[in-house]
Design a protein around this ligand. Structure first.
Ligand code: FEO
Length: 183
């Protein structure tokens, strides 16, 4: 007896989004490395923490597919896109990425409605809310860099911005607080 409660198309779409969240995690990871190597420790730590949040999103999809009796297909992760060229470019890339992810989430919600898969529709509402928060956060980053001078931000403005970013809280713990005992 087939106990998979997801349609074939829904299973494919959920797996695709799961792998996309994993790619998002890799992109934030690579941006975090870029920021650290440029001397922006606060921004770097923020990006590392965000990478962990994206991985948590991936796990949410993975667990849901399994819970519904579906098959998980973890695919290889494409290489992250090129490193940012400046803090301004980095924050613009973050914003574009989040808007793109929102489009994918909305497309999945639409598919849920078309299939009348209300369980998955209900599951997806968390992501609809989360994307609003993530877009807000990205807009906030754009505001911060704009106030600091955008593309022409001075070293001292970037220094202050970096310091502020390092002091921010978040769902995931600071990378520097993570140990092997407390992953
Ligand atoms: Fe999982 Fe930033 O979206």
């Amino acid at each position: 007896m087939d106990s998979n409660r997801l349609s074939k198309a829904m299973q494919t779409a959920l797996n695709s989004q799961m792998n996309k969240e994993n790619l998002q995690a890799q992109i934030y990871l690579s941006y975090g490395c870029w920021a650290d190597s440029e001397g922006y420790e606060g921004i770097s730590n923020f990006l590392f923490r965000h990478s962990k949040e994206e991985r948590d999103h991936m796990m949410k999809f993975l667990e849901y597919i399994l819970k519904r009796g579906g098959k998980v297909a973890v695919s290889e992760i494409p290489a992250p896109s090129a490193n940012p060229t400046s803090v301004n470019d980095c924050f613009e890339k973050v914003f574009k990425q989040e808007v793109d992810n929102t489009k994918s989430i909305y497309s999945l919600v639409k598919q849920c409605m078309e299939e009348e898969d209300w369980a998955t529709w209900n599951f997806m509402q968390w992501f609809v809310m989360e994307q609003t928060e993530e877009e807000n956060l990205a807009i906030e980053l754009l505001d911060m860099i704009r106030v600091a001078g955008g593309k022409d931000a001075s070293h001292s403005a970037l220094f202050s911005l970096d310091k502020r970013m390092g002091e921010r809280g978040g769902d995931a713990r600071l990378a520097q607080e993570v140990t092997t005992d407390r992953p």
